[in-house]
Ligand binder design. Structure first.
Ligand SMILES: [Zn+2]
Length: 279
């Protein structure tokens, strides 16, 4: 189906939910030292450790970009820009906004109503497939990833550990003589501790479906998030629950959304998601 690009209309919504288990210990620091450690694990106001949606999103996006950049559009059927290219999306957006500002100063007030349409038209034509879904400096993301809270440990304490590290000299990147640094990690608890993944995509096109399948595949096979990745920390993967790695709910067209609303029914229903081949 041909879904109009952008945010202005609401055509479909897919909500993915799954449990991310830890394969290795996870380090995501809060940024503020405590009495116990230099780098405590990030926690909510009620002291529950969690994986920030932004950390998941960053790890997923960079892996998707690396894969697509190396495979290429001809093979993957999807395009990704990289920040090191001269004509990456960020650079195109910078030029577009520069021209846009110049035009806008010359325009009469009524024409300014078309601002959103002009930005959407630019995004549809010029941005790569990854920036179209994950967003860019000119265009908001159509993919939301929530903070992942722990599940499966009800009534039990989530095991944490303070590990010794080495202080790093910011100028040279080398270990600093005599500098001690420690950090808190969450340890994996097999078949018990997991973090709840909640990911939502709207106005999903056929290309977005391919990207979402790539994301789900990466999450099924394992992905690294947080700090000390080079040391092997932070490997997470989707856990199989009742023969499924994730469930999908939502609506696939505006008419079924409207029918549900007018009949007072639940607007998010179970969706049979087709993984199929990526391309
Ligand atoms: Zn891009």
């Amino acid at each position: 189906m041909n879904i109009p690009f952008g945010h202005q209309q609401l055509h479909n919504r897919y909500c993915f939910e799954g449990e991310l288990e830890l394969v290795t210990a996870l380090r995501i620091s809060s940024g503020n030292a405590s009495d116990e450690t230099d780098a405590p694990f990030i926690r909510t106001f009620d002291k529950t450790p969690y994986i920030p949606g932004s950390s998941l999103r960053g790890a997923i996006r960079s892996e998707v970009e690396r894969i697509l950049a190396s495979v290429g559009k001809a093979t993957a059927g999807l395009q990704s820009c990289t920040l090191f290219e001269k004509d990456c999306c960020a650079e195109k957006a910078r030029k577009f906004l520069h021209e846009f500002d110049k035009d806008e100063r010359n325009q009469d007030i009524h024409e300014k109503n078309t601002k959103n349409e002009r930005i959407a038209a630019f995004a549809e034509k010029e941005l790569c497939d990854v920036c179209k879904l994950f967003g860019s400096t000119v265009y908001a993301s159509r993919l939301t990833i929530e903070d992942a809270l722990p599940v499966g440990m009800e009534g039990k304490e989530i095991p944490t550990h303070v590990r010794d590290g080495v202080g790093i000299d910011r100028d040279t990147g080398a270990a600093k003589d005599g500098a001690k640094f420690d950090y808190e990690v969450i340890e994996p608890v097999k078949n018990s501790l997991a973090f709840l993944l909640k990911m939502k995509a709207e106005n999903v096109t056929d290309n977005d479906k391919k990207l979402l399948n790539l994301i789900l595949s990466l999450l099924k096979h394992g992905l690294h998030v947080g700090g000390k990745r080079a040391g092997g920390l932070g490997e997470i993967k989707l856990r199989e629950v009742a023969k499924k790695f994730y469930k999908v709910t939502g609506f696939e067209d505006p008419n079924s959304l409207w029918a549900a609303i007018t009949r007072g029914k639940e607007i998010h229903n179970s969706i049979e998601w087709k993984e199929g081949v990526l391309c």
